[in-house]
Structure formats: structure tokens, C-alpha cells
Design a binder for this molecule. Structure first.
Ligand code: HEC
Ligand code: HEC
Ligand code: HEC
Ligand code: HEC
Ligand code: HEC
Ligand code: HEC
Length: 255
């Protein structure tokens, strides 16, 4: 009975005060919109006497799907994990797949500082110009851009693959999954496959992040999502952040 009362109490708490949970859980602070998804890569830079590399997700995701970089070019979903070297870049791998002096500026003297700027807020003016477009759909958090709608409305048209591959669907799956929380009475989260498969490969998520069986993923709790597991692999840094409760749990209000 006490457990049930606690659950009911929690339900009321979520529905009315998600802010209370923000305090209960450790939500990482959000950077300003132009820096959301920007990273500094510094696995080897400073130890080789050059400034860290700045990379912005917003400016690249306008042109390319996540899959291009995180599947075809084999970048990891974690900063400083990929073993990128300047030689590899010059040989056409990693950044050098595009930064070859044709598709984008190359790895030559006059361009070193564009990447090795050590500046997390690089590209701020271009971001402001990009987001000044009144047709661009807005979101409350992250880059404050509703990337899903922007793609649907064809304002942003990232290419799916560098090698002209088409999305492969070699097995049946449910389009929209209802993920019932482990706690009673918590409004469930929904996972829409198609929003994700437009940008990602099945192999980006299965089997490393999620088992390919509904409810097969263990320890599927907010506590772990907030530690960069599961949905938190992307929804803490690049995709809209966890603060936007209602986009995943339509039954929970945002703060
Ligand atoms: C398109 C972006 C880009 C450009 C342009 C670029 N680099 Fe890099 N460079 C990188 C990345 C990414 C790394 C990996 C950094 C890390 O992990 O710390 C790197 C690594 C390095 C390293 C670390 C050691 C090594 O050899 O991997 C040095 C030194 C370096 N670059 C020098 C240069 C110089 C000099 C130029 C200009 C001639 C240049 N880079 C241009 C992206 C770039
Ligand atoms: C043009 C290439 C490119 C594109 C496109 C791209 N990424 Fe990345 N992403 C990177 C690189 C490079 C890193 C850093 C890898 C490293 O340092 O090992 C990274 C890192 C990440 C990280 C870790 C960030 C952190 O702070 O730990 C996440 C999450 C991520 N990407 C998600 C995405 C998602 C989601 C998309 C599509 C919306 C996407 N990426 C599109 C190149 C790209
Ligand atoms: C899939 C293609 C692709 C890959 C991979 C890629 N870029 Fe780019 N990048 C571009 C294009 C296209 C532009 C815009 C063209 C230009 O300005 O010359 C650009 C622009 C940039 C800029 C200047 C504009 C901005 O965003 O601030 C920087 C800095 C940059 N890239 C860094 C990197 C680094 C670092 C990597 C690797 C970690 C990387 N890029 C990987 C295609 C790519
Ligand atoms: C962004 C991550 C992501 C991508 C990309 C993704 N999935 Fe999933 N998938 C999930 C999640 C989350 C679940 C639910 C896991 C759970 O409940 O434990 C799931 C469950 C499934 C299931 C079991 C549920 C059902 O439908 O019966 C199948 C089958 C599946 N996915 C197939 C695919 C295929 C095929 C692709 C590529 C076309 C794909 N998935 C791409 C995240 C993803
Ligand atoms: C990116 C999607 C996403 C966002 C955004 C999100 N959640 Fe969740 N949430 C989930 C998933 C997935 C689960 C686990 C469902 C399951 O157990 O199968 C979950 C579970 C929960 C649970 C159940 C208890 C637990 O720890 O798992 C609560 C409570 C909850 N979320 C509240 C919130 C609140 C409050 C917010 C906003 C501050 C929020 N969530 C934002 C996806 C999300
Ligand atoms: C590999 C990266 C990745 C993972 C893992 C991931 N997502 Fe996403 N998700 C994205 C990207 C990218 C978008 C596009 C919107 C954006 O970038 O803000 C998106 C969009 C969504 C949307 C669409 C919102 C809308 O506007 O319609 C929902 C809902 C969502 N994700 C829920 C989830 C849930 C729930 C999980 C975990 C079960 C999850 N996602 C795991 C990358 C990811």
C-alpha cells in the first residue's frame, strides 16, 4: 500500500513538477544554443603542441546524416575515442574524407587554424545567420532547432550516405515503440524508429546500444540514460536534450 501511495505521489509530482525531478536527477547544464553539439577533440593535439580541434555538429548535420560520419567514416559516439591522426586525415580518412581541398577546405597550411582553433564557440556568427531564417522550426532546448521538423519540411536536407547507399530494411520492426517505464504510473516514453533511421543505420544502435528485442534492454532507466547510456548516447549532446521530457513522454509536461 505504501508503495502504491508513493507511486501515486510520484505520478502527481511528474505531471505537475518535472522540475522537482530535474533537481533529483543530475541533469548536465546546457550550453548556449550555438555551442550545443560543439566539441573539442584533444586526444593528441595539445601533447603535439597544437591547439585542440573544434568541430560543430549543427554545421555538419545540415549537410550529412549522422550515419555518414558515425558508420561510413567510423567516428565513435564519444569525444576523443576515435584514433584520428593528421596523417590519416591527409590520406582521406576521417575529416579528410571531405576536407580534401575539393568538397571542403583541405589539410594545408592556410587552413590548420580553422580546425585547430581550440575554440568551442567557433562558428557562432554562422549559427546566428542560420537560425535567423523565420521558416526554421524551433525547439525549447539544445540548439533550439527542431531538427525533425526541419527535415520533414525540407529546410534541412542531410545526405544519407557518401557512397549512395539506400536505407536497408532487412527485417520487420515496429515503427513506434511504447517503452513502459519500470516505475508504475509514469507516462511511457515512445521511440519512433523512422525519425532515427532517416539519420542512422540499424547498426548504430543494434546491438551495441539496444538489444534488438523490445524490453530486451536491461537497466533501461533515466538514471542510466543520464549517464550517457541508451537514449543518452545522443540525447545529452547532439539530439534534443533530456530536459525536453514531453518529446519522449508525451504525458509529462516540460518545466
Ligand atoms: C579538417 C580539420 C583539420 C585540419 C584542416 C587540420 N587538422 Fe590537424 N587534426 C585534426 C584532427 C581531428 C586531429 C586529431 C586531434 C586529436 O585527437 O587531438 C588532428 C591532429 C593533428 C595533430 C596531432 C598529431 C597527429 O599527427 O595526429 C597535429 C600535430 C596536427 N593535426 C597538425 C595539423 C597541421 C599542421 C595542420 C595544417 C597543415 C592541420 N593539422 C590541419 C583535424 C584537422
Ligand atoms: C561530419 C561528421 C559528423 C556528423 C555528420 C555527425 N557527427 Fe557526431 N561526431 C563526429 C566526430 C568527429 C565526433 C568526435 C569523435 C571523437 O572525438 O572520437 C562526434 C561525436 C559525437 C557524439 C559524442 C559527443 C560528446 O560530447 O561526447 C555524439 C553523441 C554524436 N557525435 C552524435 C551524432 C548524431 C546524433 C549525429 C547526427 C544528428 C552526428 N553525430 C553527426 C562527427 C560527426
Ligand atoms: C562528410 C564530410 C565532412 C566531414 C567528414 C568533416 N567535414 Fe568539416 N565541413 C564539411 C563541409 C562541406 C564544410 C563547409 C565547407 C567549407 O566551409 O569549406 C565543413 C566545414 C568545417 C569547418 C568550418 C565551419 C565550421 O563548422 O566551423 C570546420 C572547422 C570543420 N568543418 C571541421 C571538421 C573536422 C574537425 C572534422 C573531423 C573531425 C570534419 N570537419 C569532418 C564537410 C565535412
Ligand atoms: C536510434 C537507435 C535505433 C536505431 C537506429 C534502430 N533501432 Fe531498432 N530499436 C531501438 C530501441 C530503443 C528498441 C527497443 C529496445 C528495448 O525495448 O529494449 C528497438 C527495438 C527494435 C526491434 C524489436 C522491437 C520490434 O519492433 O519488435 C527490432 C526488430 C528493431 N529495433 C529493428 C531495427 C532495424 C531493422 C533498424 C534499422 C532499419 C533499427 N531497429 C534501427 C533503437 C533503434
Ligand atoms: C530521449 C527520450 C527521453 C527524454 C527526453 C526523457 N525521458 Fe524519461 N525515460 C525515457 C525512457 C526510454 C525511459 C525508460 C522506459 C523503460 O523503462 O522502458 C524513461 C523513464 C523515465 C521514468 C521512469 C523511472 C526511471 O528512472 O526510468 C521517469 C520518472 C522519467 N523517465 C521521467 C522523465 C522526465 C521528468 C523527463 C524530463 C526532465 C524525461 N523523463 C525525459 C526516455 C526519455
Ligand atoms: C544514436 C543516436 C540516438 C539515440 C541512441 C536515440 N536517439 Fe532519438 N533522436 C536522435 C536524433 C539525431 C533525432 C533527430 C532530432 C534531433 O536531433 O533533435 C532524434 C529524434 C527523436 C525523437 C523525435 C522527436 C520529434 O521531434 O518527433 C524522439 C521521440 C526520440 N528521438 C526519442 C528517443 C528515445 C526514447 C531514445 C531511446 C530509447 C532515443 N531517441 C535514442 C538520435 C538518437
Amino acid at each position: 500500500m505504501t508503495a502504491k501511495l508513493t507511486s501515486i505521489f510520484l505520478l502527481l509530482l511528474f505531471l505537475m513538477y518535472p522540475a522537482a525531478l530535474l533537481a533529483y536527477w543530475d541533469f548536465p547544464p546546457l550550453p548556449p544554443p550555438h555551442e550545443y553539439g560543439n566539441i573539442l577533440i584533444n586526444r593528441t593535439s595539445e601533447t603535439n603542441n597544437i591547439k585542440p580541434v573544434s568541430f560543430s555538429h549543427w554545421s555538419h548535420r545540415i549537410k550529412y546524416s549522422c550515419r555518414v560520419c558515425h558508420l561510413e567514416l567510423e567516428f565513435e559516439f564519444s569525444v576523443n575515442k576515435t584514433e584520428i591522426t593528421e596523417q590519416d586525415n591527409r590520406d582521406g580518412f576521417f575529416c579528410g574524407a571531405c576536407h580534401d581541398g575539393k568538397v571542403a577546405f583541405g589539410h594545408t597550411e592556410e587552413h590548420c587554424d580553422k580546425c585547430h582553433s581550440g575554440d568551442l564557440s567557433t562558428g557562432r556568427e554562422r549559427f546566428e545567420k542560420f537560425t535567423a531564417d523565420p521558416k526554421l522550426p524551433r525547439a525549447p532546448f539544445g540548439n533550439k532547432v527542431d531538427w525533425t521538423l526541419a527535415m520533414k519540411n525540407k529546410i534541412v536536407k542531410p545526405i544519407y550516405s557518401l557512397s549512395n547507399e539506400k536505407p536497408r530494411v532487412n527485417m520487420k520492426f515496429k515503427e513506434r515503440l511504447e517503452l513502459q517505464a519500470e516505475w508504475d504510473y509514469v507516462p511511457p516514453a515512445f521511440f519512433p524508429h523512422s525519425v532515427h533511421t532517416r539519420l542512422l543505420d540499424c547498426g548504430n544502435c543494434h546491438p551495441d546500444i539496444f538489444f534488438i528485442k523490445k524490453k530486451g534492454t536491461e537497466y533501461f532507466l533515466m538514471e542510466f540514460i543520464l549517464k550517457k547510456k541508451f537514449c543518452g548516447v545522443c540525447h545529452l549532446n547532439v539530439a534534443f536534450p533530456l530536459n525536453d521530457c514531453k518529446r519522449c513522454h508525451p504525458g509529462i509536461k516540460n518545466k
